[in-house]
Write a protein that binds this ligand. Structure first.
Ligand SMILES: *[C@@H]1O[C@H](CO)[C@@H](O)[C@H](O)[C@H]1NC(C)=O
Ligand SMILES: *[C@@H]1O[C@H](CO)[C@@H](O)[C@H](O)[C@H]1NC(C)=O
Ligand SMILES: *[C@@H]1O[C@H](CO)[C@@H](O)[C@H](O)[C@H]1NC(C)=O
Length: 974
């Protein structure tokens, strides 16, 4: 009887205990399978939220683990954006079989391959892994996720093909695979396989910035409900599919920077809801498309195609919603229709490199948002532009030669930059500055650790970056939708980047305290990764890439003691990492040295190229030289489209130069010796050997060579901005005095390196302005070592050899005595310096620049040093400076008749450095001295990452002072 009572009492006791512990516990105890899955995820991470190892929150579902949400003991949501997870994603993720939301975005330390077991999460509806470091291919098992509505894998390092099984995700609303390294074609269904043409509910196809190829024929159909198609920056070919015209919901169509060919299908005019149409930089032919029915169009770019010549189409003056019209190289003729400029919304017009002629009329009422009109390199003869006083570029038009043209400033490319918006901190002037990584919170002028990142708008409907109202709306939408305090957001560095995306640096500040809590980070991160946050409509599609949140970096657990340990661990890792780097550098140096010794030993006995040229099929005998790749002929042929004319960028000493893109995306310039004129075998070998040994930021690097099938080719890094000569010719005014000093300094450094640091020293022998190339940042790079000569070939510091070089640059002493020394390069460099001063070629109309300058110099002429008549008009104002005089004097010392009296290249470098230093501190004032000094210090310091760009103009303007180094346009060397 007693025993029975006890047995009955036990369960009651248990219930009472559970009730005492709180009701939720009874319902939220984590299912053991899910708990073990979470623990094994955690085991592969070296950094995770501190709550995941807290002693008081041992049960994940008990509300204790940040980012975990459960229903009936099953994990339904795992959201861990921006918490600095490091490690890989365990296969056991597949055990969380009730998972609906998975967001691990903005954990740059999270990578490895994506486990195929994700395909067993049959309830998953949202999968977001933006801005992590995942590699390998996208598992085809994703096709099993029938519930998936949102799939964002953008900004990782996924490679391989897009699995056709993604076509089975028929509930998908959002598909973003952008900014990865995906290859192959877009899967299109066949009788036996699915394809993305099945995705009729999907609104977003974001595949931009990959290496996808093939044709899109068959991908689109009128059952689709797409609103954004972003396929830009890939390698697609074939026609633009006519079926696109059936998707009338479309708002943004970006197919730019691909290889699309043929005519634009006429039914594209059915896309009456389109806001942005960008077809630039393809191979499109036929006539310009008729866009007159697309009355909502804001942004149109059709430039850099091969359209047939035509007059400006009617829609230039009828599309009243246009904000930006850009057609570079569009073969447009006749007059620019004056109605274009009175379009009510217009902000930017870029019609450079066309053949517009006659009169340019910008009259009548011009709206004040119109900020940029670029008509460079047209045939405009006269201009009436009185109604417009913002940026107008007419360089390269006959009107610039009219003596009394009323807007001479339009004939200079350098016009005042418009300053892009940034959040004002002026009311916080009393907050001196914040320590470490904290920033001033505009909401209260206090300091805090902001959550920062870049918001990238892939197709905004506007180009005007100066309009405060536009960006203040963005600020307000951020604070309200993300539940932040009023004003707790700061926008800066607003600019169009090289992909033509609008990029905005965003800082969000915590509402209280100086840091965000982990749950707040996860909440905000998810709002931005899952597109819950919506910017004002005119900003168009966006993505956000958060920076690691500083206060969490390296801290793996809560508690001050633990975080100290982890700080120590971080320091330890840093030290170990540092040692590793040092060890690696030492190893590389050692290996290089060993290799050089080996090479020297070989050179001593036999010519390493001895087998070359003896027979035609001996490419196998070509040595693999210090990092220079031996390219198969077929690879170079493929990447230049069989050496087509469109890839030709110039002709060098012994053949043509082509540009191409290697399979890995590297852009290269390929110098191909002409068939039948291979007399330069010696030069060829010479150049490979030299260039593969020589590495300096002011020297063009050799990437590899090809010696196969009777071909001789050299593969160099691609230098985007053409030769110094072309730049002086085409955009003299853009090259102001300071830029010229920098170019002189860069090339002098390259030469000084060859003379003084290369081992053995190298004499260039053909220094001239067409052998100095300029990159995106106008950094000078000395090219063409085909005639170089090793100084070790001689005993006495000069080399007796056949005279080579280029008329006008040739050292007279060398010419007469045939005794070559480094000083011959110094002479040629002096001539280049005089070119920088005069803008002229060394010999023009039978006059030799060295002689002309020597005769003209007049020390008593305070203004021009006697050189007024010889000066490049573009720098006339700089001639009054002391630096100018010093520069001319230095040039004259370089071209001294006697080699012994010329300075060494190293000395030239030092003098120009000093001039530039004066120029910067004198002319610019103290404020910018720091940054500028940094730039001319080289080391790539001032140069921001700015990939080579084929586009002629950077859209809009750039709000920071680095814009000076972004050329306004690109010269295509020809
Ligand atoms: C402008 O170009 C058109 C078409 O090439 C030509 O017919 C016309 O005569 C030119 N006008 C002037 C003023 O040169
Ligand atoms: C020119 O610009 C100034 C402001 O810089 C403005 O006040 C003025 O109205 C403009 N003139 C014309 C004709 O647009
Ligand atoms: C983002 O997530 C929420 C659930 O919290 C969902 O309702 C919403 O539809 C998602 N946003 C998009 C654009 O899918």
């Amino acid at each position: 009887m007693e025993a029975a009572t006890r047995r009955r009492a036990m369960p009651l006791l248990l219930v009472l205990v559970l009730l005492a512990a709180g009701v939720p516990a009874a319902f939220c105890v984590t299912n053991p399978q899910d708990a073990s899955a979470l623990n094994s995820l955690k085991n592969q991470w070296t950094n995770f939220p501190s709550s995941w190892s807290s002693a008081t929150a041992t049960d994940p579902c008990d509300g204790g683990w940040d980012g975990v949400m459960c229903s009936n003991g099953r994990v339904t949501s795992l959201r861990l954006s921006s918490v600095n997870i490091q490690g890989t994603l365990s296969n056991s993720i597949g055990q969380l079989s009730q998972l609906v939301f998975l967001d691990l975005s903005f954990n740059i330390g999270l990578g490895g391959t994506m486990p195929a077991s994700i395909g067993s999460l049959s309830q998953l509806s949202i999968l977001i892994l933006i801005g992590c470091s995942f590699t390998g291919s996208i598992p085809q098992e994703l096709g099993n996720l029938q519930q998936l509505s949102f799939l964002a894998l953008n900004s990782n390092k996924f490679s391989g093909k897009i699995p056709a099984t993604l076509g089975l995700l028929t509930n998908l609303n959002w598909l973003d695979l952008a900014d990865n390294q995906l290859t192959g074609s877009i899967p299109i269904s066949t009788a036996n396989t699915p394809g993305l043409d099945f995705l009729t509910k999907t609104k977003h196809f974001h595949f931009n910035k990959n290496q996808l190829s093939g044709s899109l024929t068959g991908l689109f159909n009128s059952n689709m409900s797409l609103i954004h198609i972003l396929f830009d920056s890939n390698q697609f070919t074939g026609p633009i599919p006519a079926e696109l015209g059936g998707i009338t919901s479309l708002q943004v169509l970006r197919l730019d920077r691909n290889g699309f060919a043929g005519a634009v299908p006429p039914n594209i005019s059915n896309l009456v809801n389109l806001n942005e149409l960008n077809l630039a930089s393809n191979h499109l032919t036929g006539s310009l498309p008729d866009l007159s029915s697309m009355t909502k169009l804001n942004v149109v770019d059709l430039g850099n195609n091969s359209f047939a010549a035509s007059v400006a189409p009617d829609w230039f003056t009828t599309l009243t919603s246009l904000t930006s019209l850009s057609i570079v190289s569009g073969q447009l003729i006749g007059e620019v229709p004056k109605g274009l400029f009175t379009l009510p919304q217009l902000q930017q017009v870029v019609l450079s490199k066309n053949s517009f002629n006659g009169t340019l009329e910008i009259t009548g009422s011009i709206n004040k948002q119109l900020q940029v009109i670029n008509l460079m390199n047209n045939l405009i003869q006269t201009a009436d532009v009185t109604s417009y006083n913002k940026t107008l570029v007419l360089v390269g038009n006959p009107v610039c030669n009219v003596p009394d043209f009323s807007r001479p400033s339009s004939c200079s490319v350098q016009q005042e930059n418009m300053v892009a918006y940034s959040t004002s901190l002026s009311k916080c002037a009393s907050t001196a500055s914040c320590s470490n990584d904290q920033s001033v919170n505009p909401a209260n002028c206090g300091c805090g650790y902001p959550y920062t990142g870049n918001m990238v708008f892939r197709a905004p409907f506007f180009t005007d970056l100066t309009n405060s109202a536009t960006f203040q709306q963005l600020e307000t939408s951020l604070t309200t939708q993300l539940s932040l305090r009023d004003g707790a957001v700061s926008l800066s560095s607003i600019q169009f980047n090289s992909d033509d995306y609008l990029q905005v640096q965003v800082k969000l500040f915590p509402s209280s305290g100086v840091t965000f809590s982990v749950p707040d980070l996860i909440r905000i991160g998810f709002s931005l990764s899952n597109q819950t946050y919506k910017p004002p409509a005119n900003f168009g599609p966006y993505y956000f890439l958060a920076d690691p949140y500083i206060p969490l970096a390296g801290a793996s657990s809560g508690g001050s003691k633990k975080s100290q340990i982890s700080t120590g661990a971080v320091a330890g890792i840093a030290v170990a990492g540092g040692l590793l780097v040092i060890a690696l550098i030492a190893m590389v140096l050692f290996a290089l040295r060993q290799k050089r010794r080996a090479n020297e030993a070989v050179t001593g006995r036999t010519d390493p190229f001895a087998t070359w040229g003896v027979s035609q099929k001996d490419s196998g005998g070509a040595p693999q030289l210090k990092g220079a790749r031996n390219f198969p002929f077929s690879e170079l042929r493929n990447c230049t489209n069989n050496f087509s004319d469109s890839h030709e960028i110039g002709s060098g000493g012994y053949g043509k130069v082509y540009k191409g893109t290697l399979v890995d995306g590297t852009r290269v310039a390929i110098k191909r010796a002409e068939r039948g004129s291979m007399q330069g075998v010696t030069e060829f070998k010479n150049e490979i050997e030299l260039l593969s040994r020589v590495h300096h930021r002011n020297l063009v690097s050799l990437i590899g060579f090809c010696y196969e099938q009777g071909e001789q080719m050299l593969v160099y890094e691609y230098i985007s901005n053409g030769t110094l000569r072309e730049n002086l010719l085409v955009r003299g005014t853009y090259l102001d005095w300071k830029k010229r000093l920098r170019i002189a300094l860069g090339s002098a450094r390259g030469l000084a390196y060859l003379h003084e640091l290369a081992d053995p020293p190298i004499i260039h022998r053909d220094v001239k302005s067409t052998n100095i190339l300029l990159d995106d940042h106008l950094k000078a790079k000395v090219a063409d070592f085909g005639l170089s000569k090793l100084v070790s070939d001689t005993q006495k510091g000069h080399v007796s050899t056949q005279v080579k070089g280029t008329l006008g640059y040739l050292d007279p002493e060398y010419y007469m005595t045939q005794q070559l020394s480094e000083k011959s390069d110094v002479y040629s460099f002096g001539v280049v310096m005089l070119e920088l001063v005069s803008g002229r070629q060394p010999i023009e109309s039978g006059k030799y620049i060295v002689r002309e300058v020597r005769l003209a110099i007049d020390p008593n002429d305070r203004d021009y040093y006697g050189l007024r008549g010889l000066l490049d008009p573009a720098i006339r104002d700089s001639a009054r400076t002391a630096g100018f005089r010093r520069f001319v004097q230095l040039a004259m010392r370089c071209v001294d008749e006697s080699a012994a009296s010329r300075p060494a290249m190293g000395e030239v470098v030092k003098e120009i450095e000093a001039m530039l230093q004066n120029e910067v501190s004198g002319a610019d004032g103290a404020s910018s001295a720091g940054s500028s000094a940094n730039e001319f210090d080289g080391a790539g310091g001032g140069a921001r990452a700015h990939p080579y760009s084929d586009t002629e103009i950077t859209r809009g303007s750039c709000g920071d002072n680095a814009s000076e180094y972004m050329p306004y346009f690109e010269v295509k060397p020809k």
